[in-house]
Design a protein around this ligand. Sequence first.
Ligand SMILES: *Cc1c(COP(=O)(O)O)cnc(C)c1O
Length: 455
Amino acid sequence: MADMTKIVLDEAELPTHWYNVVADLPVPPPPPLHPGTHEPIGPEALAPLFPMGLIEQEVSAARYIEIPEAVREVYKLWRPAPLYRARNLERHLDTPAKIYFKYEGVSPAGSHKPNTAVPQAYYNAAEGVQRLTTETGAGQWGSALAFATAQFGLGCEVWQVAASFTQKPYRASMMRVWGAEVHSSPSELTAAGRAILAEHPDSPGSLGIAISEAVEAAMADEDTKYALGSVLNHVLLHQTVIGEEALLQLAQTGDTPDLIVGCTGGGSNFAGLFFPFLREKFAGRMDPHILAVEPSACPSLTKGEYRYDFGDVAGMTPLMKMHTLGHDFVPDPIHAGGLRYHGMSPLLSHMYELGLFEAEAIDQTHCFEAAITFARTQGIVPAPEPTHAIAAAIREAEACKDTGEEKVILTALCGHGHFDMAAYDAYLSGQLVDHDYSREAVADAMRRVPVIEEA
Ligand SMILES: *Cc1c(COP(=O)(O)O)cnc(C)c1O
C-alpha cells in the first residue's frame, strides 16, 4: 500500500456530489453588486447570462450538490483522474518529503477545465439554450467548452485573447475540430472590441476585453448564454471533484497532506483541490498548510487590492468584491496564459481575507526551471500554469533535506503543456524574461476602479 506510485479509483468511486465550501465558512462572502446602481443583485439579475441551474449553484448555501447522472457519464470519459506519487522527482531532489500530484491533463482538452465545462453545457442544454459564448486566454478554457458543447449538441463561439490567438494557433484548431467558432479578441464583431481597436489597433487583448465581447454577444441573442471558466462560485464548486477524488486516493496511501499547494489564475483548480481537504481540516481530521502560487507578473492576491471591481474591461459584469489589479489590466506577455486575469475569485479572495490559506508570487523563469526538472524526472510536460505550484513544491521538498521532515506535499498538475512548446523553446534558448508587476502600476489602476460605499 505505502509503495503505490499511481493511485487510481474505480469508475464506481467517481464522486456523486460536489462540495460547496460556502456552507462551512464562518462568515458568508459579500454579495455581487449591480454595475450601475451598486445595489446588491439577486439571482434574477444573472438570468440573461446564465441558466437557472447554474445561478442556483452560484448562490447556494447547501453543503453538497448532486452531480447529474448525464454529467457523471461524460466525466467517465477520463475520470476518476490519477493521483501520482512523484518518486523520481523525490529521488532526484534527495528529499525525505513525499510529493503527490493529482493529474488533470488526462481530460480530452488536457486540463481541469472540462470538469466545469461539462456541467455548464449540461445545464444550458437542459434549459433549451442553443449556443454558448466565452472568452479564452491560453485556449484551455475555450477548448474545454468546445469539447463540452459538442457533447450536448450546443453551438459555441469563443473570443481568444489576440496575443494567444497568434502565439498558440493549435488551440483554436482544436476548438474548431470540436465545432466551435473562434475569433481573435479584440474583434470588429462587438462594440466593446471596436472601441478598443479604435484606440489601440495593435492591442494584444486581455481576458477583460474578451469577456466584454463574449458577454455582449450573449446579451444580443435570446437563445445564447455565456460561460465563464473560472472565478465564479459554481465553477469552483464543479472543480471540487478533483479534491474529493484526491481525498479517497490519499486515504489509500495512509498519508495525510502537510502542505497543499496550487497555482491560481481565477482560482478554480486550486479551490477544487483544497476545498474538500479544508472541510476535513475544519472537522479536525487533518491540518494541512494551504498555499496559492501566482505569477509575479500578475499578482492579484499578493499585490492586488481587495475591493469591488468589474470582471471585464467595459464594466458590463456585476461588481464583485475580489483581489484585483484593476479591470483594465493588460498583462505582460508571460507564458502562463491561464494565470493572466486581473481578478481573483471573490470566494477565494474572501477566504484569503479570513486567513484560510496563504499566497506567494513566483517568477516565470523559476517556474520553467522547475518544469524542466519535473519533465525530466516524472516524464509529464506540465502546462506553464501548474509549474508555479511545482516550483513551490520543489522548494518545500528541498527544505526538508535539512530538517529531515517527511512532509507530505499535495499539488494539482492541472494540465499538460503540449500546446505550450513555444514557451519551453523560449526558456531553453534563454529568451524568457521575468516581469515584476509593480505596486505603482496597481495604485494607478485603482484610480479607475469604482469607489463603493460599503454598509
Ligand atoms: C485556466 C487554467 C489555469 C488557471 O485557472 P484557475 O481557475 O486558477 O485554475 C491553470 N492551469 C491550467 C492548466 C489552466 O488551463
